[in-house]
Design a protein around this ligand. Structure first.
Ligand SMILES: Cc1cc2nc3c(=O)[nH]c(=O)nc-3n(C[C@H](O)[C@H](O)[C@H](O)COP(=O)(O)OP(=O)(O)OC[C@H]3O[C@@H](n4cnc5c(N)ncnc54)[C@H](O)[C@@H]3O)c2cc1C
Length: 280
């Protein structure tokens, strides 16, 4: 385990905003995780930080990283247990190597496996839970438990794990054979064309309300390109907020609130954040 005091969080969020955390702990194995979770109450599990906006002042929080829990344990017959800290892109590479299919539509999502499982991340009609058979979590009683998928509640960008603030330690997938490299290439290319990948961002800021696309609602409300301080509603993808270089935490919060108010005013629809916000 590695512990850093007064740790800068700026590089731990893909928005490149973040203040000084009281502590930052890199966990190296499951037992360490159980010990740390027992001890630290004001804590936040940080994955790749691709969906998390972090307050830019002093943070009285212990951030816990599971990046080192990044194993891949292939149990045969397409059953693969993966550590929560693994980069999702490494899982896609592994699928290519083993000719496994099932999650190609998600290629290019920059999160960790734990982050994707936490919120049932997905894209193009596929969600990570489509291929999961069980997850290993630490629950509210600090117990390490394996839960079969059928005993877990999850839906669009929501899971019981998120609702109960459990920690994802690993996920077990069941893949069929027949990796679709052309699907991976197609969606990676699409992302490079349709997402503002050269500016700090957190992906989709708002969930899509049922029957609508947030991006379309933002355009209809005339908000694409809107700026608040160093934050802007992306010209490339209106559901993305980008940091133009010097954005403050407050700029991002203010632009989110303005978009919610503008869309509500114009369409009557209440947008809800998909991104996770860490305040003090
Ligand atoms: C350019 C871009 C494109 C994106 N495209 C998509 C997309 O198509 N589909 C999609 O669903 N998302 C997308 N995202 C958002 C993001 O990549 C996903 O939500 C991803 O799942 C977040 O993973 P992370 O490791 O970065 O999580 P973080 O941002 O580090 O954390 C997000 C949340 O997950 C929790 N968390 C992380 N790891 C664990 C764990 N082990 N146990 C418990 N909780 C944990 C954190 O506490 C936090 O609440 C995109 C983001 C970007 C920047």
């Amino acid at each position: 385990m590695k512990l850093y005091k007064n740790h800068s969080m700026k590089e731990h969020s893909n928005m490149k905003i973040g203040g000084t955390a009281k502590e930052f702990i890199e966990i190296e194995n499951k037992n360490e995780l159980l010990d740390v979770l027992k001890e630290k109450e004001n804590r936040f599990i940080i994955g790749n930080g691709t969906n998390t906006l972090i307050f830019d002042g002093e943070l009285d929080t212990t951030f816990i990283s599971l990046k080192a829990i990044d194993y891949i344990d292939d149990k045969g017959e397409g059953i693969v247990e993966v550590g929560a800290g693994l980069d999702f892109s490494d899982l896609i590479d592994y699928m290519a190597e083993k000719n496994y299919t099932g999650l190609e539509n998600l290629a290019g999502i920059p999160g960790s496996v734990g982050g994707l499982v936490f919120m049932n991340g997905g894209a193009h009609g596929t969600e990570i839970f489509d291929k999961i058979i069980s997850v290993e979590i630490v629950d509210e009683n600090n117990e390490l438990r394996k839960i079969e998928k059928e005993n877990l509640k999850f839906s669009y960008r929501v899971t019981e794990i998120k609702e109960k603030k459990w920690v994802v330690v690993s996920a077990t997938f069941k893949f069929e054979n027949g990796y679709l490299s052309e699907v991976v290439e197609k969606y990676k290319l699409k992302r490079s064309e349709n997402h503002p990948l050269n500016e700090p961002n957190l992906g989709s800021t708002f969930k899509n309300p049922e029957g609508y696309f947030s991006a379309r609602l933002i355009i209809e409300a005339g908000l694409q390109g809107k700026k608040v301080g160093g934050a802007q509603i992306s010209m490339v993808h209106p559901n993305f907020v980008v940091n133009k270089g010097d954005a403050k935490f407050k700029d991002i919060i203010d632009i989110i609130e303005e978009v919610k108010a503008g869309v509500k005013n114009k369409t009557g629809i209440q947008l809800e954040e998909e991104i996770i916000i860490v305040r003090n």
